[in-house]
Write a protein that binds this ligand. Structure first.
Ligand code: GLN
Length: 244
């Protein structure tokens, strides 16, 4: 389908605080993969104190516990608005610390529990070990099935209720190093521990999210014309099942 002239709106939540390991690369990828197809992107950065307006897609990156603490209170004060956006079909992508705040809470070591915004039924508690390294997972909803990235977290996330994982761990630790799964998804909300940044090496996931955001905006499924992803998949395939 020719997408020239279509439009989606993207919000980047708290980039001044949660933008660890180049998570901004996810925004760059989403914007470029739209612009390369002639899709206009109405982009907004949301920082502390800003009102959170209605958007088709919201992105939040990762950060250290201190930055997470600064964002958690602000995010929580917008909880009802964000839950209503979720229920209207808005797409959310959260990485690591941002992912942890999509659940009900994040309990750091020896610090006050951080309230999450309950976009998905999950919770996170601080672990005693830091999981650092390459990750490969196998999803049930993407083609190709694999997602690759880099994890660096001590938080252990546990999914509950109807929340599904992003996929099965092939290499790495994932949500908690115990249940063999990584990430979470519920409705159009996606969370993952995969830094890297994630989307440049996983263009098929970027397009999946753009497709959902277009469907939210126009109320119908819109098939994206393919792009030449030769280099993106060379990068993707170069790290599949690599553990070092
Ligand atoms: N502070 C959180 C943890 O260590 C998240 C870290 C991150 O966003 N990389 O689990």
């Amino acid at each position: 389908m020719n997408c020239v002239g279509l439009k989606i709106s993207i919000a980047h939540l708290y980039p001044k605080l949660l933008n660890l390991y180049g998570d901004i690369g996810n925004i760059i990828t989403l914007k470029n993969r739209c612009l390369w197809r002639g899709i206009e992107v109405d982009f907004e950065e949301i920082n502390i104190g800003d009102k959170i307006n209605s958007h088709d897609l919201y992105f939040i990156g990762g950060g250290q516990d201190k930055q997470q603490q600064d964002v958690a209170q602000e995010l929580y004060s917008n909880k009802n608005e964000l839950i209503s956006q979720r229920d209207d079909g808005a797409v959310f992508l959260g990485i690591c610390g941002g992912y942890q705040l999509f659940g009900h809470y994040y309990q750091p070591h020896n610090k006050e529990k951080l309230n999450g915004i309950s976009l998905m039924d999950a919770y996170t508690v601080a672990g005693n070990k830091r999981f650092i390294g390459n990750v490969t997972i196998e999803t049930e909803f993407l083609d190709p099935k694999t997602l690759v990235g880099f994890e660096n977290h001590s938080g252990l996330t546990f999914l509950e209720g109807e929340t599904k994982s992003l996929g099965k761990i092939c290499v790495g630790n994932g949500n908690n190093g115990k249940d063999g799964f990584e990430g979470g998804r519920f409705k159009n909300v996606f969370g993952t521990y995969l830094h890297g940044s994630l989307l440049p090496k996983n263009p098929h996931f970027a397009d999946y999210l753009i497709g959902l955001a277009l469907e939210k905006h126009y109320g119908e499924k819109i098939n994206l014309p393919p792009l030449d992803d030769k280099f993106e998949f060379e990068a993707h395939n170069s790290v599949i099942n690599k553990s070092y």
